[in-house]
Write a protein that binds this ligand. Structure first.
Ligand code: SF4
Ligand code: SF4
Length: 187
């Protein structure tokens, strides 16, 4: 997924109207989901065992979703790991410095942080018509002052290019399901 992110999204985000001004709003407000691979990488970086990292930083949340990518449908059921908030109700790795927000695990930050203010969205909960797209998240539109910061391609022009490849990669690699299953549904 990270490879796809770098290959498909990063160059396009650089040419878009988005530019992060390091206000820290997303780190204060977002719910951060982590894949098994991200958990392992961050635990290693913090020199903690995976078990200790989970106990200190994560909670589990149940999910059950149906997702369609192009003409294929997938059912995802299980549990995902989410970062616990600190006592200010912010991400525990968020820090404020005089020149802006800092992520203490920047080079190991989860994919949802790399993607923000973009996210993958479901159109509606109806397995026959559900579709998913990469788009500005609702929080992004409402809270991120980095959107429309500079001249560049609008997201409407970029959306089609990145959505399919990135989502397919996320879902097929099963990365975000910590404890559960993913099956491709019959057509
Ligand atoms: S809310 Fe937007 S501008 Fe502020 S730190 Fe997050 S991505 Fe950057
Ligand atoms: S992990 Fe880093 S980038 Fe992600 S919300 Fe926390 S502080 Fe922000």
């Amino acid at each position: 997924m990270i490879e796809n992110f770098q290959r498909f999204i990063s160059p396009r985000v650089k040419n878009s109207t988005f530019s992060c001004i390091r206000c820290g709003t997303c780190c204060k407000l977002s719910q951060i989901i982590l894949s098994n691979r991200e958990i392992q990488a961050i635990a290693n970086y913090l020199k903690l065992s995976v078990q200790k990292f989970k106990e200190k930083y994560l909670i589990k949340k149940e999910i059950h979703k149906i997702r369609s990518i192009f003409s294929d449908r997938f059912e995802i059921q299980g549990k995902v790991f989410i970062l616990k908030k600190n006592n200010q109700n912010y991400c525990p790795f968020y820090r404020e410095e005089t020149n802006g927000a800092v992520c203490e695990i920047y080079y190991y930050r989860p994919i949802v942080c790399r993607l923000y203010p973009f996210t993958w969205k479901t159109s509606q909960y109806n397995p026959k018509f559900v579709s998913v797209a990469i788009d500005y998240s609702q929080n992004g539109w409402e809270e991120c002052p980095g959107i429309n910061q500079k001249n560049g391609k609008s997201w409407d022009e970029l959306r089609e290019e990145v959505t399919g490849a990135v989502l397919l990669s996320i879902i097929q690699s099963n990365e975000l399901i910590a404890d559960g299953f993913l099956v491709q549904l019959p057509k």
